[in-house]
Design a protein around this ligand. Structure first.
Ligand code: EPU
Length: 430
């Protein structure tokens, strides 16, 4: 049980360096299963999702060396045809990338999927549609997916995604890299981490073109070789610090970012009255006045990311006027609003829409992190609020934010982490 205690009301000042992108890393690491040779990967975020994934790969026989906190050497040359251990895979939301990777490497896959997450069901029918188009036989029994490629391996296919899915686009790319023939993914997602995965695979010898557009072409190759790759900075981590400065006040320089990836977050914060200045690989955010209202609709990239919705929601809770958020990706991603209301916010939620009447102040109290980004939003609210805020279930936050406490403390926040033994687990162990 991890909780964060925050004494709010202190502006953030100084510099923060952004880590490698979680959602790129959780696809690139399973994709190393396809590589015959050593992959040296830099800028790997040291977060709990990545640590879990490395445990899974090690269990499958990968040789992993940590060269520095964010630099890994992974050698999957001798991985065996192992099934990833269920108790690890179930704790890992993006376990689905192991399907594409195992299919490509072993011609069959057996992967346990996590249950529905905290913001609604997360089907993988589009991933399955892709593998079927490449000739695989796929079945889903309970929380397990079983997939088998034809005897000679997957073959190229044409997949038109019914919904723009980040996970399906990347999973199909991973499966297609060593397939016989060419795979075309239409209506593909365009997020920066999709381009990053394609760049990683191409560095190792794949032939992928079109990543970053809605049509991706993967020409299958016989094998991938080892090489060196550096993961892009995390768009959402950067956006979270930007929103924190806009909500709590201050003047921060967010370093190691790709400003282009931040365009729609920067634009929204400017629209709300923050001063946002772009440099080559950094963004400065200053709060010079009370924020003003805005409207946001979350959409696939290059639209406003759903993973920034709770954080911008906190900015809106403190802005002058009535803001509206429409959630365009998930069925329910507003559970954090009830927690924010307990801190004095005034938010009404109607399924996929939240109407936020801005208030002048929030007040510290005990709140829960409902999921990773909702947890980050609670921390931002705590930084902006008067008094003491306790964010419970903060383990969610540690799935995706490297050194969150240290980075915020360096910016002047008063935040500490308390870990106590999980009573339920201790009782079970006993
Ligand atoms: N969908 C389907 N069928 C599918 C796949 C997706 O109907 O087969 C639907 C989903 O239910 C959702 C929409 O399509 O409504 C988009 O889902 P997508 O597949 O794009 O999401 P994902 O790949 O499961 C990734 C990120 C999420 C992020 C979404 C959207 C990873 C590991 N996760 O999830 O990140 O919210 O894309 O950008 O890359 C987070 O980092 O906090 C996080 C939740």
């Amino acid at each position: 049980m991890i909780k964060y205690i925050i004494h709010g009301g202190k502006p953030l000042n100084g510099r923060v360096v952004i880590s490698g992108a979680k959602n790129a890393a959780v696809a690139i690491l399973p994709a190393t299963l396809l590589v015959d040779g050593v992959c040296k990967i830099e800028n790997v975020p040291d977060i709990s999702d990545v640590r879990l994934l490395l445990e899974i790969l090690a269990h499958m026989g990968a040789k992993i060396r940590r060269l520095s906190p964010n630099e890994l050497e992974i050698d999957c040359t001798r991985v065996h045809d192992g099934v990833a251990p269920m108790e690890l895979v179930r704790r890992f939301r993006a376990s689905y990338y192991l399907i594409g990777a195992q299919l490509g490497r072993f011609r069959h896959a057996q992967v346990a999927l996590p249950g529905g997450c905290n913001f609604g069901p997360r089907p993988i029918d589009q991933h399955i549609k892709g593998f079927l188009a490449m000739g695989a036989d796929v079945s889903q029994e309970g929380n397990f997916v079983y997939a088998t490629a034809p005897e000679n391996g997957l073959r190229g296919g044409r997949v038109n995604l019914d919904v723009v899915s980040v996970g399906a686009t990347m999973n199909i790319m991973i499966g297609a890299v060593l397939a016989n023939g060419t795979t075309i993914i239409e209506n593909a997602a365009k997020e920066p981490h999709i381009v990053d995965l394609a760049n990683f695979l191409n560095t190792m010898g794949a032939k992928i073109s079109g990543a970053g557009t809605d049509v991706i072409k993967v020409r299958g190759v016989r094998s991938l070789r080892g090489g060196f790759y550096s993961i892009i900075p995390d768009q959402i981590e950067a956006g979270t610090y930007m929103a924190a400065a806009a909500a709590a006040g201050g003047d921060i320089l967010v370093q190691n970012v790709i400003p282009k990836h931040m365009d729609c977050i920067s634009a929204k914060l400017r629209e709300m009255g923050a001063v946002v200045t772009e440099y080559d690989d950094a963004i400065r955010v200053e709060k010079v006045r009370r924020l003003r209202r805005a409207g946001v609709k979350t959409m696939p990239y290059p639209g406003f990311p759903t993973d920034m919705q709770p954080q911008i929601g906190v900015c809106m809770a403190l802005a002058k006027g009535t803001s509206v958020i429409t959630e365009g990706i998930y069925d329910t991603r507003f559970r954090y609003c009830a927690e924010l209301n307990r801190m004095g916010a005034s938010i009404q939620v109607d399924t996929k829409m939240a109407v936020i009447e801005g208030v002048e102040e929030l007040h510290g109290c005990i709140v829960k992190a409902c999921d990773l980004r909702a947890g980050a939003a609670m921390v931002i609210a705590g930084l902006a609020a008067d008094g003491e805020t306790t964010v419970e279930d903060a383990h969610y936050i540690e799935r995706g934010y490297e050194c969150f406490i240290d980075k915020l403390t360096a910016l002047g926040a008063d935040i500490r982490r308390i870990e106590t033994p999980d009573r339920a687990k201790a009782e079970n162990a006993g």
